[in-house]
Design a protein around this ligand. Structure first.
Ligand SMILES: Nc1ncnc2c1ncn2[C@@H]1O[C@H](COP(=O)(O)OP(=O)(O)OP(=O)(O)O)[C@@H](O)[C@H]1O
Length: 302
């Protein structure tokens, strides 16, 4: 069993002049070496939760321990061990991209020479060569996000806490983010905690998920565990000879249709009847897939 990286107990936070708590008695653990995803609606409390985990926000009650030590006891403990990427930040505005990466690596304990090497490696990894000498306030939203990822990773902290790391990014860079995170996790054992609204892409990387609603977890577990707790429908995508749509058993209707293809959602126990009813002479392609993390999310927040 992997060591516990984060141990969060009974965390409560109500902002001043707010009636409802933003975080309402949250208890959970994150194990060393896992990729943990926080999903939830806008305003559910995700950012409030992670800001308390990185000691940027004080809880009203409850505790957050990082590798056995309360994060409030020693701010340096968190700064050295956690690379935090906030959703929005003006903190690095005056520095160039290269300086922001270099100084962060140096502050996390690398010698000047090693920090320069780290800067060069991260500039290459995140393809920041063209903007390395620009000050971060001159960057586009996506470029800024890539710089923030490089800064969070500078000095190779064992834990990354990333608040919506793929926001503002184009599809190529979004894929690159998921690839890099998976690679860091596999090769270096980096623990990754991330907030995302991108359940479809996150599914490829996330090993355990917490779904937050009104300051509480409504679901916590591996995607497989959560799916097995709810009877989610099977997806069936089928294509057919133009002009010859298949006859479907009563009660099954396509929820998405194009001239010669349909998508169906079917209860797992209705799949055999569907297969028996289809005339495969006119079916040109058929794919069955299980429910996705997005389905799971929609199930738990609705
Ligand atoms: N500084 C603040 N003062 C007062 N209320 C706040 C403050 N920051 C957040 N809130 C409130 O706390 C609740 C949780 O906000 P939080 O930013 O944690 O949600 P979130 O899940 O991260 O949302 P999103 O997905 O939109 O980023 C919301 O109702 C929000 O309005």
């Amino acid at each position: 069993m992997a060591a516990v990286a984060y141990d969060v107990k009974n965390l409560v936070k109500t902002y001043p002049r707010q009636r409802a708590p933003a975080i309402d008695g949250v208890t959970f653990q994150i194990h060393e070496g896992e990729i943990f995803g926080l999903l939830g609606d806008n305003g559910a409390g995700k950012t409030t939760l992670v800001r308390q985990m990185v000691n940027l926000l004080r809880p009203d009650s409850g505790t957050v321990e990082l590798f056995g030590r309360d994060v409030r006891d020693d701010p340096r403990h968190v700064a050295m061990l956690v690379g935090y990427m906030p959703q929005k930040s003006a903190a690095l505005n005056r520095l160039t991209v290269g300086e922001a990466i270099y100084f962060t690596a140096h502050l996390r304990g690398l010698s000047r020479q090693a920090a320069r090497g780290e800067r060069d490696a991260l500039v290459e990894l995140w393809r920041l060569g063209d903007i390395v000498d620009k000050s971060s306030e001159q960057l586009s939203g996506g470029q800024r996000r890539l710089m923030q990822l490089a800064v969070a990773m500078a000095g190779d902290p064992p834990v990354l806490v990333l608040d919506e790391p793929t926001n503002d990014l184009d599809p190529v860079n979004r894929k690159h983010v998921w690839d890099v995170l998976r690679d860091r996790n596999t090769r270096r054992g980096t623990t990754v905690i991330l907030i995302t609204h991108d359940a479809v892409e996150a599914e490829k990387a996330i090993q355990r998920v917490g779904i937050v609603q009104r300051g509480r977890f409504t679901a916590l577990g591996t995607p497989g565990e959560l799916k097995s707790r709810v009877a989610l429908q099977v997806h069936v995508d089928l294509s057919f000879t133009p002009g010859s749509p298949p006859r479907l058993p009563a009660g099954i209707t396509p929820w998405k249709s194009a001239p010669d293809s349909w998508s169906l959602r079917v209860d797992p126990d209705a799949v055999p009847a569907l297969m028996a009813a289809l005339d495969f002479a006119d079916i040109t392609d058929i794919r069955l897939s299980s429910a996705t993390l997005e389905d799971l999310y929609l199930h738990y927040v609705s």
